[in-house]
Design a binder for this molecule. Structure first.
Ligand SMILES: Nc1ncnc2c1ncn2[C@@H]1O[C@H](COP(=O)(O)OP(=O)(O)OP(=O)(O)O)[C@@H](O)[C@H]1O
Ligand SMILES: [Mg+2]
Length: 608
């Protein structure tokens, strides 16, 4: 039996209505798509006030009223016609689009799947005009445009079935509105849903708008990004790793004012956060990229959600470096910066230079108060890094060489002074606002990891001979990996020789590691050999370099249950204050927490 579909049928031209309905399939998926198109049109028309009314989650009715330049009476039919636009007129325009719309398709698509009424009045006209079902009639109204879209998809019931509940559709509409609100702070936006005003945003600036739209946790823990070259500019805010969350919410990236989801950009951001996020947590950010429109193709996707950069590699690097630098500074480091003017910092040689953040203005918890006030508490004994201590923990040489009294006078200590060690792994310290608990292994691991990365980037590892070579046994696989990768090991600062068929001897280690590395050194070499085996020798000095350095840092870090002197603990705290990303361990977990005096009091029901 012949299939009915496969029998020969006449070729016919589709009607304009059907062509638009097919096009609408790509652009208009749900009420939120209508909201997006209408808002973008209002913004393109130069409106600085837009009012939206939504009924039934936008399925029943969407009304958008703006105060933009309007559409003249003669042009009303054209506005609803397919492939009719005032925004581009030739290929050159298409290659340098500066407006949000340019396809000349949105209104035609929407009107093909709904009941659409367009009313508008330009600045020169004495009255408004409305077009409904092709008929133009006089109407009342001030300058601007009013578009009413009712009964979405009533003409295409199959499509309507895909819509979710009114509440879900409303949430999608709000998502679209939020994005446009963040990128266009100079536009007043009012949203009324089923008769209730649910959003009212006055005209404002970018920072204020961001503050209104982003979650509180982000407002309290973010960094500012602001980097500019002659051809691109990136600015905005990135959340600190500590407020990353399991879901990819609140990730806003705008290219020339347009919200996009772009693989190049999201990869650059992911990479910038690569070793500070816990598990699969997602960062929050709100970033604006401004670039010559000729450098970016926006004509890639029907809903314009994707873009293509002409120099995608360069854009990737630019975004990666800007974001990485912004989040590198730890909270403690930043609080040092806040407390001292730039002059003081230069005088004291404190390396905390990052874009100013709003965080510290809000977080009184971390602000250091009066160095002198608690200088008295610091006993000379605990303040000076003892020689004994130096042998036991690798302590930052720059800090070792300064008498502690001077350090305390010049550098505030947000993590406070060490009091003792508990449960084998936690340093308890007291700072000006309460008690600080530090995971000593995790914190020290990050300190060493950052030092290894910096040293590698700056000059490669300088090897230093161990006082006594350390002999240890290895498996046959490890021995084979050693034989084939002596050069790689040497580049990693590890001087290793074979002393028998299953024994290696560690003779030198990177100078920046503790020279009393002993047992840990053996573990370190074994694990590095395993890494080489796992990643392949060509990758370990390139794309897997950070993994290998993290392995080394883990073994070189002070071990759990190692008893530290107060001076050693203080040294770790001071190093944390100077280390990029010190707020998280190499796996993205926090390295320290603070319990304020107020919280402590509340444990004991003491009213202050
Ligand atoms: N709110 C408005 N104010 C003034 N003019 C408008 C408004 N909405 C639409 N127009 C006019 O109608 C034309 C058609 O709008 P439509 O949204 O269909 O296409 P577009 O914005 O040009 O391109 P795209 O399909 O990419 O959105 C626009 O080019 C613009 O001239
Ligand atoms: Mg449009």
């Amino acid at each position: 039996m012949q299939n009915q579909n496969s029998s020969k049928r006449e070729i016919r031209e589709l009607s304009d209505q059907l062509i638009s309905q097919i096009a609408a399939g790509e652009v208009i998926e749900r009420p939120a798509s209508v909201v997006k198109e209408l808002l973008e049109n209002s913004i393109d028309a130069g409106a600085n006030r837009i009012e939206l009314r939504l009924e039934g989650g936008g399925i029943k009715r969407i009304v958008v009223v703006d105060n933009g330049h309007g559409i003249s009476k003669e042009e009303l039919p054209l506005a609803l016609k397919r492939h009719a636009t005032s925004k581009i007129s030739n290929l050159f325009d298409l290659e340098s689009v500066g407006s949000l719309g340019f396809r000349g398709e949105a209104l035609a698509s929407i009107s093909s799947v709904s009941d659409l009424t367009l009313t508008s009045r330009t600045v020169g006209e004495k009255q408004a005009w409305t077009i409904d079902e092709g008929e133009i009639k006089p109407a009342s109204g001030v300058q601007g445009t009013r578009i009413e879209v009712s009964d979405l998809f009533y003409k295409t019931p199959a499509r309507r079935k895909f819509l979710k509940s009114e509440a879900t559709e409303l949430a999608h509409c709000m998502g679209v509105i939020e994005r446009l609100a963040i990128s266009h702070p100079d536009v007043e936006i009012v949203v009324i849903a089923s008769g209730r005003t649910i959003l009212s945003l006055p005209r404002s600036d970018h920072f204020d708008r961001m503050e209104r739209m982003m979650p509180k946790s982000f407002i309290e823990a973010h960094r500012t990004v602001s980097v500019e070259t002659t051809s691109v500019r990136l600015y905005g805010w990135v959340g600190l790793p500590m407020v990353a969350q399991p879901r990819a919410n609140h990730q806003y990236f705008f290219v020339n004012g347009r919200f996009v989801r772009d693989k190049v950009l999201s990869h650059a951001i992911r990479q910038a956060y690569q070793d500070v996020l816990y598990g699969s947590n997602q960062p929050m950010y709100c970033l604006f990229l401004e670039i010559d429109p000729r450098q970016v193709d926006v004509n890639v996707h029907p809903t314009k959600i994707e873009v293509r950069f002409r120099e995608s590699q360069a854009v990737h690097q630019f975004v990666f470096h800007a974001v990485e630098e912004a989040i590198a500074q730890s909270v403690v480091c930043e609080s040092v910066r806040e407390e001292f003017s730039q002059n003081d910092l230069e005088k004291n040689n404190v390396k905390c230079v990052t874009a100013p953040s709003y965080y510290q203005q809000k977080s009184s918890a971390l602000v250091y108060q009066g160095v002198d006030q608690y200088l008295d508490f610091v006993s000379p004994k605990s303040a000076i890094v003892s020689d004994e201590g130096k042998n036991r923990v690798s302590i930052d040489s720059e800090l070792d060489q300064q008498p502690q009294k001077t350090i305390a006078k010049q550098i505030p200590q947000p993590l406070g002074r060490a009091v003792g060690q508990v449960l084998g792994n936690f340093i308890i310290a007291e700072n000006s606002s309460g008690v600080v608990l530090v995971d000593m292994h995790a914190a020290h691991e990050r300190i060493i990891y950052e030092r290894l990365k910096r040293s590698w980037d700056e000059r490669g590892f300088v090897k230093q001979n161990l006082l006594i070579p350390y002999v240890f046994s290895v498996t046959a696989t490890q021995m084979a990996t050693y034989e084939e990768n002596k050069n790689e090991l040497s580049r990693l600062g590890l001087e290793v020789t074979a002393v028998s068929v299953n024994q290696l001897s560690l003779r030198a280690a990177p100078q920046i590691l503790d020279q009393q590395i002993g047992d840990s050194g053996a573990e370190l070499v074994r694990d590095v050999l395993d890494d080489i085996q796992k990643y392949g020798s060509s990758a370990i000095l390139t794309e897997k370099r950070n993994e290998v350095l993290a392995t080394m840092a883990c073994h070189a870090a002070v071990r759990v249950n190692r008893v530290l002197t107060v001076a050693e603990m203080d040294a770790i705290l001071r190093q944390m204050e100077e280390t990029d990303r010190a707020d998280q361990c190499n796996h993205g977990r926090p390295t320290w927490v603070e319990i304020s005096a107020k919280e402590l009091d509340s444990f004991f029901m003491r009213g202050r």
